[in-house]
Ligand binder design. Structure first.
Ligand code: FES
Ligand SMILES: [Fe+2]
Length: 328
């Protein structure tokens, strides 16, 4: 019988800091903010993001930049403005900012104050998504699948979920083996002690048997506290799935999924069918998790031996650095 005393439960996992939202802000991690195809060349969109709002600007040169949304002049929302060349122009008094956030033009003045700049988040475009790092400088690379390059994959990106919890909460799922077995019906083989837990990412291999598709061998990587990437092999063919969550100021998490398969494995029809299997597999997991994640009051007060891997995840979350770069 499982013991409730062998494992000391991590303390205060539900404190603001453990949740990644304290006076220190949210976890320093990569957050997807928009699909690449939502932002055309020379245009700008706005998104609620972290504790505030951000714009995604794509210059005419194709480069995407995520920046704080509020104009340095009087605070107008720059997503009401428009793209001009590689800059964004504020709708209110037409101040203009470049892709680095520095003001390039003030119609009413020849002189541009040094402080006329808005915070630019480190930005990367990958997997059909535009990602911003919550920090001045990225502490680690944008999430990847173990063993695959983007150029070698057919990729589908979609909006996947919206939950009233902070991003790290649904990602406790990744190392909550009890729920994978009983809620999702997966037979899992994984040694919790073989899980590599680093400062900014976690990696492990599992074999699981899905009731619909059979045996999946998965190389799993969790990056930050809000992204999981599964590089799976099913009947010798690659099916890759990534889920990532982004915090919004109302305390919710908006999620995206990326499904991929190697371009060089099988015919067009076979690749299509693998992408559909990957999406259906992931959709089933989300549907089964959703009612729980929509109502949970998460706490980790009573962990047992079977929660050993989950306890390691919660410790990793508690140690994770936070930041509020816009405020700084
Ligand atoms: S508020 Fe943006 S230019 Fe005045
Ligand atoms: Fe789950």
């Amino acid at each position: 019988m499982a013991s409730t005393t062998a494992l000391r439960p991590p303390r205060k996992a539900h404190t603001a800091k453990a949740q990644g939202k304290s006076s220190g802000g949210f976890h320093q991690s990569w957050y997807a903010i928009a699909r690449s195809d939502e932002v055309g060349a020379g245009s700008v969109i706005g998104r609620d993001f972290l504790e505030g709002r951000a714009i995604v600007l794509r210059g005419e040169n194709g480069q995407a930049s995520v920046m704080n949304a509020y104009c340095r002049h009087l605070g107008a929302d720059l997503s009401l403005g428009k793209g001009i060349g590689n800059d964004v122009q504020c709708a209110f008094h037409h101040w203009q900012y470049g892709a680095d956030g520095v003001c390039t033009k003030i119609p009413a003045s020849e002189k541009i104050p040094k402080a006329a700049r808005i915070f630019k988040f480190p930005t990367v475009e990958k997997w059909g998504l535009i990602w911003a790092f919550n920090g001045i400088k990225p502490l680690f690379d944008v999430p990847e699948f173990v063993g695959y390059d983007e150029a070698d994959l057919d990729i589908r990106t979609a909006e996947a979920f919206d939950l009233p919890v902070e991003p790290w909460v649904p990602f406790t799922n990744s190392m909550d083996f009890q729920h994978l077995r009983v809620l999702h019906g997966l037979k899992i083989e994984c040694d919790p002690d073989a899980i590599e837990v680093g400062d900014y990412r976690i990696q492990y291999d599992v074999r699981f048997e899905d009731p619909n598709y059979g045996v999946f061998d998965q190389r799993i990587r969790v990056t930050g506290t809000n992204t999981i990437a599964l590089a799976g092999r099913l009947s010798g063919m690659g099916i890759l799935s990534m889920a990532t969550g982004t915090p919004t100021p109302d305390g919710r998490t908006h999620g995206w999924s990326v499904t991929a398969t190697p371009k060089n494995e099988g015919t067009d029809i076979e690749r299509q069918s693998r992408l559909e299997i990957g999406e259906a597999f992931f959709r089933r997991l989300i549907q089964e998790d959703e009612p729980i994640m929509k109502t949970i009051h998460f706490h980790d007060g009573l962990l047992i031996d079977a929660d050993r891997a989950l306890a390691r995840f919660l410790q990793y979350v508690r140690r994770f650095p936070t930041a509020r770069p816009v405020a700084e």
